[in-house]
Design a protein around this ligand. Structure first.
Ligand SMILES: Nc1nc2c(ncn2[C@@H]2O[C@H](COP(=O)(O)OP(=O)(O)OP(=O)(O)O)[C@@H](O)[C@H]2O)c(=O)[nH]1
Ligand SMILES: [Mg+2]
Length: 302
């Protein structure tokens, strides 16, 4: 039908670290969501919007669905992903092309229960050797569920992403756009600043520590000179404080510098960042603290 406009929500789901956020950033052409090599990077539901003359695709980035749901934050992350999945018009189920794990199966179970149309994406095909193995993985995947499409991709190399973008509109309902056509995300610059600081912390700190910290913006001020940001890095225990500060403040300096450079690029104005580290005992295991720290704890049910 000529001149028919479609619009809908496309939930991007999968276990942690399969490349959901990388894919979304590549599809909308902007870094809406942070990316790191460590699992459990995304903690929030983040919208990334692609607008074209006859369609508007609202991608929903979600936390990786995972099993070690020990703390309140982990349970909240899983709930956030599950509710995005059941509210969607279409699901993009992201897996790694060369393996299918028990956590992937957990996600697929939720997809089956939702009865929403799902496209299976086998990501990171640049990692698959020998290339023939990919055919076997595609065949295995096609037997697990009646996916409406099954597409091997590489989010980092952009392989098959244009094909994916051109297929999605046929699974979306006829609807006018739900968002202004110049809007790329539902998140503001303050949220983005907190996330970029957390990304730089995750990239620079070793092992488990990134899971125990969160970033809260205390001040975000714009004036003629640019943007001034004051951010607090909350850790769970006193013993973690020294590691985040680093020897003579070296870690904070490195993280602040990396975040400043990226934000200056994104905001196109000079950026000044000051970081503090504070302790809030076991914040990640308290629903109340999570709500105070900006997590959306409302209305998500399992
Ligand atoms: N080789 C390769 N690596 C990729 C590809 N896509 C993503 N990655 C890498 O996979 C890692 C995880 O990427 P993310 O986009 O953060 O993964 P995610 O699924 O959003 O992870 P969570 O937010 O933790 O659930 C990063 O190191 C990416 O660079 C790809 O196509 N090929
Ligand atoms: Mg992510």
């Amino acid at each position: 039908m000529a001149n028919t406009h479609v619009c809908g929500f496309v939930a991007v789901v999968g276990r942690p670290n399969v490349g959901k956020s990388t894919l979304i950033n590549a599809l909308v052409g902007r870094k809406v969501s942070i990316v790191t090599p460590k699992p459990q990077t995304t903690r929030h539901r983040i919208l990334a919007i692609h607008s074209a003359p006859h369609c508007q695709i609202v991608f929903v980035d979600t936390p990786g669905i995972h099993r070690e749901a020990g703390k309140a934050m982990n349970r909240l992350m899983n709930r956030t992903a599950a509710s995005a999945l059941s509210d969607a018009d279409l699901i993009l189920f992201v897996t790694e092309a060369n393996r299918f794990t028990a956590e992937d199966e957990d996600v697929l179970k939720r997809i089956r229960q939702s009865s929403v149309n799902a496209i299976a994406l086998l990501n990171k095909i640049d990692n698959v050797v020998p290339k023939d193995a990919l055919l076997q993985h595609i065949s295995d995947m096609s037997k697990r569920h009646s996916f409406v499409e099954l597409i091997p991709i590489s989010a980092t190399r952009r392989d098959n992403l244009d094909a994916l973008l051109s297929l999605i509109p046929r699974y979306l309902p006829v609807s006018p756009p739900l968002f202004p056509d110049d809007m790329i995300s539902d998140r503001n610059d303050e949220f983005r600043a907190a996330e970029i600081v957390r990304e730089k912390l995750t990239l620079n700190l070793r092992q488990e520590l990134p899971y125990g910290l969160t970033v809260q913006i205390e001040q975000f001020k714009r004036d003629e000179g640019g943007v001034t940001i004051h951010a607090v890095i909350w850790v769970e225990r006193d013993s973690q404080k020294g590691i985040v500060v680093g020897k003579g403040g070296s870690m904070l300096k490195r993280v602040g510098q990396a975040a400043r450079l990226e934000l200056r690029e994104q905001l196109a104005v000079p950026v000044h960042i000051e970081l503090w580290v504070r302790v809030k005992e076991n914040w990640a295991d308290s629903e109340r603290e999570l709500a105070r720290l900006g997590f959306d704890t409302s209305g998500n049910s399992d």
